[in-house]
Design a protein around this ligand. Structure first.
Ligand code: NDP
Length: 245
């Protein structure tokens, strides 16, 4: 189905590592015109060079800053004339027990995982409505379906992503805009590096012993995009086969 990916203009946030990086690599290899954003310029530049999108194909972007996200989408539109897909992927997971009062980390999760996704929607939606075409893919998590001790705030942000995405789906169907929620289980990325609570970090280490490679995520993104225009693959939940919870 790569024909429905060829030449699509796809904006990816959080593309400097992990899932976003893998998605950028695969989609570019399938002929998409990928435009990538994150905060780490060196990582973006290296990836942009590798996948052949050059310096114009990336923009340093902090998704907690609405104007940064707007500039990323505007870059895609000015380079390629349109935006077909936005993959709102940037996120972090400094999970901790609430009694530790890591209030700053709670705030960062709200800012990146929820507001960052909203800013991506805000930047892309007007272009998509104007063209009556587009696809918004938001990255949630298994934690968007359930909550465990130590994961309250992260799970709350990922539940929020699913709720926002479902509301979006209902609202934009009339504009011929597709929406997809992708909820990964354990995937081997840098995500766990953001955990500062040693108890949670240790529990998570065990849970990630069977983590999947990031390419597993990339293939599902590609699969969702490659569906015919009249098919909206609204929700994907995937785990390593060996992951129980
Ligand atoms: P990584 O830590 O490897 O990647 C996170 C990405 O988000 C990086 O590119 C990082 O780039 C970017 N990012 C973080 N903060 C910001 C910010 N303020 N502005 C812009 N970009 C930012 O983790 P993953 O690839 O695993 O995470 C991607 C998504 O997948 C997240 O939403 C995560 O919650 C979700 N997820 C991951 C799972 C897993 O097991 N790996 C499971 C379920 C969901 P930079 O630091 O350069 O800004």
């Amino acid at each position: 189905m790569a024909e429905n990916i060829q030449d699509k203009v796809i904006v990816i946030t959080g593309a400097s590592s992990g899932l976003g990086e893998a998605a950028a690599r695969l989609l570019a290899s399938q002929g998409a015109k990928v435009v990538i954003g994150a905060r780490r310029a060196d990582r973006l530049r290296a990836l942009a060079t590798e996948i052949g999108i050059g310096d114009e194909g990336f923009l340093v972007t902090d998704v907690t800053n609405r104007s940064d996200v707007q500039a990323l989408v505007d870059r895609a539109v000015s380079l390629h004339g349109q935006i077909d897909v936005i993959l709102n992927n940037a996120g972090l997971m400094p999970s901790s027990y609430l009694e530790l009062l890591k209030v700053n980390e709670w705030g960062r999760m709200v800012d990146v995982n929820i507001k960052g996704v909203l800013y991506g929607i805000a930047a892309a939606l007007p272009h998509m409505i104007a063209r009556k075409s587009g696809h918004i893919i938001n990255v949630a998590s298994v934690a968007g379906h359930k909550v465990n001790p130590g994961g309250s705030v992260y799970a709350a942000t990922k539940h929020a992503v699913r709720v926002i995405s479902e509301g979006l789906r209902q609202e934009v169907a009339q504009h011929n805009i597709r929406s997809t929620i992708i909820s990964p289980g354990a995937v081997a990325t840098e995500l766990r590096d953001t955990i500062t609570d040693p108890t949670v970090a240790e529990g998570m280490r065990k849970g990630y012993e069977t983590a999947l490679p990031a390419d597993a995520f990339a293939r599902l993104v590609s699969f969702a995009i490659a569906q015919p225009e009249e098919v909206a693959l609204n929700e994907i939940l995937f785990r390593p086969t060996a992951q129980v919870s």
